[in-house]
Design a protein around this ligand. Structure first.
Ligand SMILES: NC(=O)c1ccc[n+]([C@@H]2O[C@H](COP(=O)([O-])OP(=O)(O)OC[C@H]3O[C@@H](n4cnc5c(N)ncnc54)[C@H](OP(=O)(O)O)[C@@H]3O)[C@@H](O)[C@H]2O)c1
Length: 252
C-alpha cells in the first residue's frame, strides 16, 4: 500500500455548489484527489469553484467533472453515474454525500407530510442510492471511504424541526449499520454532524440566527473549512469507522 493512499483516487461530492461541499472539494483536490462534483440549481457557484480548482491544480493533473443532479431523483443519480463512468472511466473511490435540504419548520403541527417526505427523500434516501452506486467498485478493490453529512439535529438539537432531525438521524443509523457490514472490504463509513456553520446557504452569517448564535459556547459560527477538515481526516484515516463526529462549537 502506498504511503499516500488517497492520491489519485476519485471522490464524488454532492452539493459541491454549497458552502461545505465547496470547502471539501478544495481540500480533497489539495490532497491529489480527482473530483466528480454535483450541483442542483447554482451553476454560477459550481462554475466559479471549478475555475478556481483548475487554476490551482490542473498542473498537478487534477480531473474535475460537474453534474447537475437533483438527489431526490433516482433517475438523476443514475444518469450522474453514467456520466462519471464516461468521464472518469470508473466509479468513485470516495463518496461525500453532502447535498442536503432543511426548511425551518420547528413545530410538528406546522410540518406537512409532503415536507417530511421530501426532506427524507433528499437527505436520507439519496445517500442509500449513492452508496449502492459506489459500493461495488469499493468492494472489488477492497478500498473505499464513505462520509455522510449529518447534523447535530440527528441527536435532537438544531433549529429546523423533527422532519430534518429524522432525516439526519436516519443517516447516522444507516452509517453505523454500513460500517459494520463494509469493514471486511476495507471500506470505512462515518458521518460528520455539524451545527451552525456559517458562509453556507443554510446559515449565511450569525445575523441570520441571532437567537441561536448567542448561545454557542465558543462564541462564533463554525466555518466550511473546519467542516472540510473533519471530512478530509476521515478520508485519510481508514482505521476510523462507524463514527458520528459532532462539530458544534460546544453545543450539545
Ligand atoms: N450549515 C450548517 O450549519 C449545517 C449544519 C448541519 C448540517 N449541515 C448539512 O451540510 C450539508 C451542506 O449544506 P451547507 O451548509 O453547505 O448549505 P448550502 O450552502 O445551502 O449547500 C447545500 C447544497 O446542497 C445542494 N442541494 C440542495 N438540495 C438538493 C437536491 N434536491 N439535490 C441535489 N443537491 C441539492 C445545494 O445545491 P444548489 O445550491 O446547487 O441548489 C448545495 O450545493 C447539508 O446536508 C446540510 O444539511 C449544514
Amino acid at each position: 500500500m502506498s504511503l499516500n493512499e488517497v492520491q489519485g483516487r476519485l471522490a464524488l461530492i454532492t452539493g459541491a455548489s454549497g458552502g461545505i461541499g465547496a470547502a471539501c472539494a478544495h481540500q480533497l483536490a489539495a490532497n491529489g484527489i480527482h473530483l466528480a462534483l454535483t450541483y442542483a440549481t447554482n451553476l454560477t457557484a459550481m462554475t466559479e469553484l471549478v475555475t478556481d480548482l483548475k487554476s490551482k491544480y490542473s498542473n498537478e493533473g487534477l480531473r474535475v467533472s460537474i453534474h447537475k443532479v437533483d438527489v431526490g431523483s433516482a433517475d438523476d443519480i443514475e444518469r450522474m453515474f453514467q456520466e462519471i463512468d464516461q468521464e472518469h472511466g470508473h466509479r468513485p473511490d470516495i463518496l461525500v454525500s453532502n447535498a442536503g435540504y432543511g426548511k425551518r419548520v420547528p413545530n410538528v403541527w406546522d410540518c406537512t407530510l409532503e415536507e417530511f417526505d421530501y426532506t427524507l427523500q433528499v437527505n436520507l434516501r439519496a445517500s442509500f442510492i449513492l452508496v449502492k452506486g459506489v459500493v461495488e467498485r469499493m468492494k472489488s478493490q477492497r478500498w473505499g471511504r464513505i462520509v455522510f453529512m449529518s447534523s447535530i439535529a440527528a441527536q435532537g438539537g438544531g433549529i429546523n424541526g423533527c422532519h430534518y432531525a429524522a432525516s439526519k438521524g436516519g443517516l447516522t443509523g444507516m452509517m453505523k449499520n454500513l460500517s459494520t457490514r463494509l469493514a471486511e472490504f476495507n471500506i470505512s463509513v462515518n458521518d460528520v454532524a455539524p451545527a451552525m456553520i456559517g458562509d453556507t446557504g443554510m446559515i449565511p452569517n450569525a445575523a441570520a440566527i441571532p437567537e441561536v448564535a448567542a448561545g454557542i459556547p465558543l462564541g462564533r459560527l463554525g466555518t466550511p473549512e473546519e467542516t472540510a477538515n473533519v471530512v478530509t481526516m476521515l478520508v485519510k484515516t481508514g482505521y476510523m469507522t462507524g463514527q458520528s463526529l459532532l462539530l458544534a462549537g460546544g453545543l450539545k
